[in-house]
Design a binder for this molecule. Structure first.
Ligand SMILES: Nc1nc2c(c(=O)[nH]1)N[C@H]1C(S)=C(S)[C@@H](COP(=O)(O)O)O[C@H]1N2
Ligand SMILES: [Mo]
Length: 223
């Protein structure tokens, strides 16, 4: 098993995130994804709408920027590229060229993704993990999964996708641990300002406390 540079295999698949000790957000009775931005109209996709699109299964490792990796996870869901080509591209404003996509979760978490990275063939909007519906720990009801990018790209509890024609300002851009805008794990693009190998030790040091806090807010799960 080969992990990307600077990663260590974690035990299991921990709940982790900037949500820290906060429990996962409540799942709405009828979950939807709102889709908007530089489009001629905004649309709302229900789970039934998503179910019209082809299903995909994908085995992949998951890499957190702090340095832990979970291996061989089995995700199921919809290809983001197929969703984009079929439901979004026909709505793009004439003359507009989409460059970035913002994914937002029910807890207010956002990731900003370069369109080219979002359209990679391994990017899913997942609703199942290891053969079961996603639980609150890992992003119920739906989450983005972009296995070739650090975990902070893979927004959990996905409820809103917005398409932009230029790079929107990142909320954390002034922070010394601001995430790299590409976040490609094999390039070790951890940090917006500093080379990945330089920041590794600082990030590794964050794993234990964030993992412990995230576990405090976790829900009981069969995994
Ligand atoms: N909605 C939401 N999505 C999120 C986060 C978060 O705090 N909230 N944390 C991100 C980070 S930093 C990581 S490493 C992964 C962790 O996913 P997991 O809890 O399923 O392990 O979720 C990402 N997506
Ligand atoms: Mo992370």
């Amino acid at each position: 098993m080969t992990l990307p540079p600077g990663q260590r295999a974690a035990e299991g698949f921990p709940r982790f995130g900037t949500h820290l000790h906060h429990p996962p957000p409540a799942v709405p009775a009828d979950p939807v994804i709102e889709i908007g931005g530089a489009l001629t109209e905004s649309i709302t996709l229900s789970l039934e709408d998503l179910a019209q699109l082809p299903r995909q299964e994908r085995k992949a490792d998951f890499h957190c920027v702090a340095g832990w990796s979970a291996t061989d996870l089995l995700w199921e869901g919809t290809s983001f590229e197929v969703l984009y080509r079929t439901r979004v591209e026909p709505l793009i404003e004439p003359g507009a060229s989409i460059s970035h996509v913002v994914f937002e979760g029910l807890d207010g978490f956002k990731s900003i993704v370069v369109l080219e990275d979002a359209l990679a063939e391994d990017v899913l909007i997942a609703d199942r993990l290891e053969g079961r519906p996603l639980d609150g720990n890992h992003g119920a009801p739906l989450r983005l999964v972009s296995p070739s990018q650090y975990g902070f790209i893979s927004t959990k509890h996905l409820c809103h996708i917005e398409f932009h024609t230029s790079e929107p300002p990142a909320a954390d851009r002034l922070s010394p641990i601001s995430g790299h805008p590409r976040a490609r794990v094999w390039h070790e693009e951890r940090n917006r300002y500093l080379p990945g190998r330089i920041v590794r030790p600082v990030y590794h040091w964050l794993v234990a406390p964030i993992r412990a806090l995230s576990a405090r807010g976790s829900v009981k799960s069969p995994l």
